[in-house]
Structure formats: structure tokens, C-alpha cells
Design a binder for this molecule. Structure first.
Ligand SMILES: NCc1cc(CSc2ccccc2)c2nc(N)[nH]c(=O)c2c1
Length: 372
């Protein structure tokens, strides 16, 4: 069955939408934050805990699973859902981004990307065809096209050549898929920070009438204001009746700003990564629990939070666990940060429903410390 979005409501003062993302593994309310499970696990969480936290869709990585344990083994296991015991939806990235950001000594040609494995330095090769076949072997519900995430900053000439190759690669991904499986393929708009190139990329990609579209090549080191500017003119170029996914974003403020600009789906490794080094997300900003200020603080991270961690543990105990490198500390911090984000997204959805999203943004930004 095809991946599709059911737009329930368009906000009357912003480009925000309330929707339901229909996938072969369930219906997900949008806007949605999707936890990242790079190596077939959202680090330290069991699938049951992810469900309890409110996650309905998680992300995984072609690049990492292709290198280890290999997509053939996962196919043998019955696919990624069976392998990792997750019955919700799964979106997999195509591997291009990871090759550029992880592997060094890579060579990009029209054919694909040659690189060295970050695990053992052996030579590997990913192409649109291989990346697509790997994702089909994994049994992903949403398959991302093999693209080049144009580095930042990029010259106009490089950005133009890069987006045009990404479009050619997208067509090769599409040709690799059977007609039914094409209903899972999301295209990725590139074009760096150039309005005319973003327009060109969006035009070329939406021509293929895909089930969903991602905005790539953002959150690559540019100032946040520039990212929002690019979204202001790029998102309106995408069809209203298709899901829009902003890749690799992001922090609570970026999630709200992205929703205001018409984005439905977000992912970011930061919340789970900073959790493991002892930083908690709260409505009042970030709390670095491992700092001395929490040593004698027997209150929870966030008294307003309904998560298992905030209901049962103190900052002092969490600081102790993190300082002592105790695995329970990683788990409790991850539980909190993921619950914070799923709560934030449900508050955003409620604000859209009740026509008060701009007011919600003002209040959140003021409390979070973004507005002095
Ligand atoms: N820095 C933003 C970003 C992040 C990701 C990774 S999103 C992700 C990460 C892990 C698992 C699933 C998706 C991207 N992936 C692709 N294919 N193209 C991009 O332009 C891009 C930009």
C-alpha cells in the first residue's frame, strides 16, 4: 500500500498542516519527530519503550546496515522489522549523506560513490541502484533516493552540477523499483542556498510525481536564519497533498520554525546523542545534568514532564549515573529527551488544531529562553 498523507487542516496564519501519514506499518500523526536508529536500534531503547514514548516511525541507515551486518543477512531474517522486532514504520536514508559525512577517501562519479568503510577501511561502492536494492532488502516503508547532500558552502556551479546529478540518480532509483515499490520512494530536493537552483531541483523532482518529498542539503552548517529563508521559498514548490520531510532537523526551535513553514516530518540524531552525554532537553532550555549544579538537586529534570525518568529519578541521581558511566544513565536520559520531543510535537499539533500556533511559538520561545 502506498505511503500517503491525509492533510486534516491547514493553519490559517502559517503554512503549518495537521495530518496523518499512512504507511504499511501504521498511521502516524503529523507533524512528527522521528527518532534515529542508525544501526537497527534507537540507542539504548527497546521497541516497547519506543512505543510507550509515543514513537510510531523510526529511521535507520542504509550506509551502516550495508557495511554491518549486511542487507542480505537482514533480508534472510525477514527484513528490518523482524530483525529488530519493530512493528511500526521505518524510513531509511539512502546512504549518500553518510558516505559524505562518515567515509573519507571517497570518489564521486556519475556511476556512484566509491569509499572506504569506516569499520575496516575496505573499498566499498554505493550507487542509486545498490542503495535502492539495499533498502528494498531491508523492507523499509519509506525509501530515500540516493542523493548528494551538497556541502556548505558550495559555489553555484558546484550546487547546480550536484543537484542535476541528484535528479539523474533519483530517476535511476525509480527505475530500480517495481511499480508497487515505487510507492515508497521519496525524492530529495537539493540546490544549496540558491533560490533558482532550489526551484530547478524542486521542479525536476516533483515532475516524477513521487509519494513524498524531502528537503535535503540544509542543516549543513549554515546559519539557522538562512535555513529558514531557503525553506520559505522551497517548501511552497512542493505539492500540498504529499508529505514534506526536512532531513536532519532538529532542535526544538527548528522543529517549530519548520512546522510553521509547512514541514510534516523531522529527524535528528542530536536529542539521543546529547542525552548520552548528559544533556537534557527541557521547556526552559537545555539542562546539562552532569554539571555540578545538579549534584545536590533532588528534583526531576523537568517537573512538568510525564516521562518515566522525571517521575522516578532526581537530577542528582542522573548526574551520578552519567559521571559513573552507568548504562542506566544513558537510558534514562534518552527516555526523557525522546518523550520531550514527542510531547513537543503533540503540543504543536494541538496548537495547529486550535489555531494558536504563532502564540504557542511565542510562549515556547520565551520560556525556552530564545526570546529575551
Ligand atoms: N544535515 C542534514 C541532512 C541529513 C541527512 C540524513 S537524514 C537521516 C539520518 C539517519 C537516518 C535516516 C535519515 C541527509 N540525508 C540525505 N540523504 N540527504 C541530505 O541532504 C541530508 C541532509
Amino acid at each position: 500500500m502506498a505511503v500517503r498523507i491525509e492533510v486534516l487542516k491547514e493553519d490559517n496564519r502559517t503554512r503549518a498542516r495537521l495530518g496523518k501519514l499512512h504507511t504499511p506499518h501504521g498511521v502516524i500523526e503529523t507533524p512528527v519527530f522521528m527518532p534515529v536508529g542508525t544501526q537497527a536500534t534507537v540507542k539504548t531503547m527497546t521497541p516497547e519503550e519506543l512505543k510507550d514514548l509515543g514513537a510510531g516511525i523510526i529511521l535507520s541507515n542504509t550506509y551502516h546496515l550495508f557495511l554491518r551486518p549486511g542487507h542480505e543477512l537482514i533480508r534472510e531474517a525477514g527484513g528490518l522489522h523482524a530483525f529488530m522486532h519493530w512493528d511500526g514504520a521505518i524510513l531509511t536514508d539512502s546512504g549518500g549523506f553518510q558516505v559524505f559525512s562518515l567515509g573519507d577517501l571517497r570518489k564521486i562519479t556519475e556511476e556512484g560513490v566509491e569509499f572506504r568503510s569506516h569499520l575496516d577501511g575496505s573499498k566499498k561502492f554505493l550507487s542509486p541502484e545498490i542503495a535502492t536494492q539495499v533498502q528494498m532488502a531491508l523492507g523499509s516503508d519509506i525509501v530515500m533516493a540516493f542523493d548528494e547532500c551538497t556541502p556548505y558552502p558550495a559555489t553555484r556551479d558546484y550546487a547546480k552540477a550536484s543537484l542535476e546529478r541528484t535528479t539523474r540518480w533519483l530517476k535511476r532509483c525509480q527505475e530500480t523499483l517495481t511499480t508497487t515499490d515505487r510507492q515508497a520512494l521519496f525524492g530529495i530536493v537539493q540546490g544549496s542556498m540558491y533560490e533558482d537552483l532550489r526551484k530547478q531541483s524542486a521542479a525536476e523532482i516533483t515532475e516524477l510525481d513521487l509519494p513524498g518529498y524531502a528537503v535535503g542539503g540544509l542543516s549543513v552548517g549554515e546559519p539557522k536564519e538562512l535555513m529558514y529563508e531557503v525553506l520559505d521559498y522551497t517548501v511552497p514548490l512542493l505539492p500540498k497533498d504529499k508529505p514534506r520531510y526536512l532531513m536532519g532537523v532538529g532542535s526544538p526551535d527548528a522543529l517549530i520554525e519548520g512546522v510553521m513553514r509547512g514541514i510534516d516530518m523531522f529527524d535528528c540524531v542530536l536529542p539521543t546523542r546529547i542525552a548520552r552525554n548528559g544533556t537534557a532537553l527541557t521547556r526552559y532550555g537545555k539542562l546539562v545534568v552532569r554539571n555540578a549544579e545538579s549534584a545536590h538537586d533532588f528534583s526531576p529534570i523537568d517537573p512538568t514532564c510525564d516521562c518515566y525518568t522525571c517521575k522516578n529519578y532526581s537530577r542528582a541521581y542522573l548526574r551520578h549515573l552519567i559521571k559513573a558511566d552507568e548504562i542506566l544513565g544513558l537510558r534514562l536520559m534518552t527516555i526523557h529527551n525522546l518523550r520531550f520531543l514527542t510531547n513537543l510535537m503533540s503540543e504543536i499539533r494541538a496548537a495547529i488544531k486550535e489555531n494558536r500556533l504563532p502564540e504557542y511559538r511565542e510562549k515556547f520561545f520565551y520560556e525556552y529562553g530564545y526570546l529575551k
